[in-house]
Design a protein around this ligand. Structure first.
Ligand SMILES: Cc1cc2nc3c(=O)[nH]c(=O)nc-3n(C[C@H](O)[C@H](O)[C@H](O)COP(=O)(O)O)c2cc1C
Length: 306
């Protein structure tokens, strides 16, 4: 008897992935750091660390700390900068045998758009993910907290590239669906929901913040129900696909997001504990579909019964 082999393929805009499991930006480096531990070719896609125009040293240490059910980070977008990314990181990323999504951030609409234009001509980059959870130097506020800024920056990027454009939203807003609709209006092909939740932790011995930056982004299992709600609400409010992110460590976690309306998921903090976490999620989703005799993943997406 042949084993039931479910179809795990998903489409995010014009891009088709072999399965719905991606790595989350900033938790998988540039691929080479984990290549000895993980068969990267089996992932749906790699999303690499945010790249900015100029290299960034990031914040002073301590930049991470553990919290119940998660961690906080204030890395401060440390990265090698666009020129070194293209020269030193892209060749390996292109050779990984899976799709490559490049996450980028700018400090103005123009900076975002010019980064997109620069990467547009690069072979082997399958999509761009805009990290808009960063301040607009001209206006102070994070792009992702303002629907007008969100729509404008996405529109500028849309005009600068023909690659699929995914927009990573911040959960640190009153109503994420307003921002989701603005990103869709700007021309996003998919939404990544979401980035970390801003938190604060105090060292009671020194009475100082535990992170040098003061605040930090909370990630890991602690945020899963919050992120899941954000995904579920966005799925009800936009027509473009959603990539669910937040505390996903097991196939069951990922299935929650898929059933709630995500077309794909990203695995972040879990990779620090178990480098093979994302691959285990792929296998677990396959087993679930086979067990439930579901032929294709798309039958499961958004199948929540209320
Ligand atoms: C150490 C660390 C660094 C991160 N760096 C980035 C980054 O450079 N760009 C970005 O868009 N998100 C970054 N993130 C956020 C993750 O991509 C993800 O959205 C978040 O951690 C929630 O997912 P998780 O709970 O599975 O980790 C980072 C997260 C962590 C923990």
């Amino acid at each position: 008897m042949t084993q039931h082999q479910p179809d795990l393929r998903v489409r995010l805009g014009a891009l088709e992935l072999q399965n719905p499991v991606l790595t989350a930006s900033g938790t998988f480096g540039y691929g080479e750091e984990v290549a000895d531990l993980v068969d990267i070719s089996k992932l749906g896609a790699i999303v690499c660390k945010t790249v900015t125009r100029k290299p960034r040293a990031g914040n002073a240490p301590p930049r991470t700390c553990e919290t119940p059910g998660g961690m906080m980070n204030a890395i401060g977008l440390q990265n090698v900068g666009l020129a070194a990314f293209k020269r030193d990181k892209l060749p390996f990323l292109r050779s990984c045998g899976t799709r490559l999504i490049v996450n980028l951030a700018g400090d103005s609409r123009e900076d975002f758009a010019s980064l997109c234009a620069d990467l547009d001509g690069e072979e082997g980059i399958d999509a761009l993910e805009l990290n808009i959870s960063c301040p607009n130097v001209a206006h102070g506020l994070d792009f992702a907290t303002d629907p007008f800024e969100t729509e404008a920056v996405v529109k500028a990027c849309r005009a600068a590239t023909s690659k699929p454009l995914y927009v990573k939203l911040s959960p640190n807003v009153t109503d994420i669906t307003v921002i989701a609709r603005a990103a869709q209006e700007g021309g996003a092909d998919a939404l990544s929901v979401a980035n970390t939740f801003i938190g604060f932790a105090v060292d009671t011995r020194t009475r100082r913040p535990r992170l040098s930056n003061g605040t930090g982004g909370l990630s890991g299992p602690a945020i899963r129900p919050l992120a899941l709600r954000a995904v579920w609400r966005c799925a009800q409010n936009v027509q473009i696909p959603i990539i669910g992110i937040g505390g996903i460590a097991t196939a069951n976690d990922a299935l929650e997001f898929l059933i709630a309306g995500a077309s794909a998921v990203q695995v972040g903090t879990a990779t620090f504990i178990r480098p093979t976490a994302a691959l285990d999620v792929v296998d677990g989703i396959k087993d679930y579909l086979a067990h439930h005799k579901i032929d294709a993943l798309h039958e499961l997406i958004g199948s929540i019964q209320m």
